[in-house]
Each structure stands twice: as C-alpha cells, then as structure tokens.
Design a protein around this ligand. Sequence first.
Ligand code: SF4
Length: 412
Amino acid sequence: MTSIEQIAATVRRGGRVDRDGALALYAHAPSALLAELADGIRARKHPGRIVTYIIDRNVNYTNICVARCNFCAFYRPVGSTEGYVLGFEEIFRKIDETIELGGGQLLLQGGHNPDLPIEWYEDLFRAVKSRYPSFRLHALSPPEIIHLTRMSRLTVTQVIERLVAAGLDSIPGGGAEILVDRVRKLLNCYGKATADEWLGVMQEAHRAGLRTTATMMYGHVETIAERLEHLFRLRDVQDDMGGFTAFITWSYQPEHTELGGFEATGIEYLRTLAIARIVLDNFDNLQASWVTQGGKVGQLSLAYGANDMGSVMIEENVVRAAGAAYCMDEIEIVRNVENAGFIPKRRNMHYEILGDPIFRERHVPRMLELAVARTDGDVSRPPEIVHYAARSAEEKRLRGHGGKSDDASAQP
Ligand code: SF4
C-alpha cells in the first residue's frame, strides 16, 4: 500500500492523486501536512501572494420553492404568508446600491417558483442590461435551469440559449450539494437535479461558452468517500470542458432545517478545503467560505489552499436562515488578507484583476450589517407579476381567475 509520505511526494511533484490516495490523505494525514500540500499547489498556481475578491451582491429573487430540500431553511411553500417575489424595481434598487459600493455583478438565485416562467427571467435580464449595460448577471444555478426546462418544455440547451440572448453572463455552481445520488435522495434534492443532471447543465453551459463555478455543501449525511467522489466528478468534467472558474465549499448549516443535526467543525472545513485543492488540480481558484466559517477561519483558509476571499457580502438570505452569516465589508476583507501576509486585489467573475481595493480609490459607504431580500413584514406583490402565466392554484386564486392578467400582452 502506498504510504501517506509517498502520496505527499506525488503531490509535491505536481502529480495527481487517485481516489484511494485522496481517501488515505483525508483520513490519515495530519492537518499540517494537508495544509503544506494545498498551500504548495496554491503558490504554484498563484505566485506573487495575490489574494482576490469580488464586489457583487447575492440577491435571492424569490423564496417560494416547490423543491423542498430538507437541508434548506430558506424556502417557503407556495401560498406561505412569508413567501416573496422581488419586483424589477426592487432589483434595480439593489443594483444601484451595489454600484455605489464598487460592485459590477449580481449573483442571482432563488427558489423554484412555479409562477415565474422563463419569460419573467428574460424580461428581467433584458431590463437589467438595458438600464446597466456593463453590469454582469451571474445567475441561475443548474437546478433552476432544470426547473425552467420542466416549466417551459424546452431543452437545457434551449433554456441556456434564451437566457444568454436575454443577458445571462455566467452560471453559479449552487445546488450541487454532494454529487452522489444516494446522498441526494436522502437530502430530498434528487428530484430537483440528479448528479448527472447537475453536471450535464454545466457541460451544456461550457459548450455554450459560459464560465461557471462549482460548489460543494458537505457535513450532513454523506460519507467521506462520497465527499471525495463529488470532487472527482468535478475534476472529470473540468478535464473535458475546462469551464469552471472556481470551486467553493461550505459546511451544512443545520439550524431551522427539517434535516437538523450538527455543523461540521472549523478544522473539518480546513481539511476539506485542503483536500479539494489537492484533488482539483485542474481548478485555478478556490474560495474561502468566510460567510459560514467567520473571518478568522476564512483567513486561515489562505494557508489551506484558498486564493480568493469570494464576495464582499452585501446581502445574504439563505445561510442566514439556517443560523449563520458573518458580515465583512471590503475594508474587513482587505484587513484579513493583508494580516495573513497576502496582497488583496479586486477581480471580476473571470478572475481578471480589476485593481486595488476600491475604498483606497474613493469613498464607499461601510457595510456593517448584511442587507436582506426584503424588510421583514413586507408582503407586497410586484406589479409586473400579473403579466406572467400563473401555474399554482394559489396564484390563480389570488388573481381571481384562470392565470394571466386582464392585460396579458402588456410587458413590464
Ligand atoms: S435549496 Fe434551493 S431548491 Fe432546495 S428548497 Fe431551498 S430554495 Fe428550494
């Protein structure tokens, strides 16, 4: 059997680990060794001690969802008094605030809402691009794309084509959880997308010329071998397509979820990050998940393989609903990066460097608290919603008749 030292020597030489090697490392290597190997790969890929981050805003356009994943504390069923859909004007206001903070992109994701057909997304994307031509839309994770294929009876390729024509720039890697169907069935997320379906959307996106990210939510019902299998499946797709810009992992947040349980520890996060850097040798960028781990573990991540601090968090709704959401504005991120001995640089979704911290170039307001999708208790309905065909019985009941508004042809 190959010893831990032999596997470590292979990694140090720039060689690949296989499944058995990764499992042996993860199970038996001391954390200091995992950190040394991961940091060595980071340093080879990113010489010059630069650590990047992006200023963008994480907007969840609706929390109404029919998927009902049992690890999710964010969604509300159709008809819930706590359900919301953001209006186009609300989203424009969020973009204005993002631009004021130096941002140029929305990360736009939401629940699988049966009353938002593909036309709603197309109109929103077109409206954003016509008001803010250079603003970027990093939007709709693979399960949301699949949800749209089922609603519209179009193929994945057709849905992606239509969304790109309307203004989609790139696709976030959400909804991956663990890409093993045994796990997906236990999490009640097999129906929203199987492992093959999730990867298939990403392959289609890459074929269409889009760049995407990849994620992993670990620490719930999966075995260590399944966690590693997730990484190997991503590595295989990256070998074929090369379209992933980055990998992001975070631990399952159990509070207020149906699944319940406990959160994985900070050291488990750091070991998982390190093994991801070692296995995903064809990924350039790994983000530190300080939103779930806090600033200090986020800072330590830079010694365990991460080269990027992710996004300056302006708004967060999903992780917060499950009991965690640390807040750091650009000044705090830069402080953490510099105190760890790295050089902070702003980037875009393609990991192109945009410049030094924006607060050193001009005044930007401090963000000491995370914004939310909607103020608590605001149950207003966006005016344009009635222009789109309703599918749920509840939405039809609210409109008082069978679907569209009296003036169904009037687009927002
Ligand atoms: S994780 Fe996403 S798809 Fe699953 S229930 Fe929550 S909002 Fe819906």
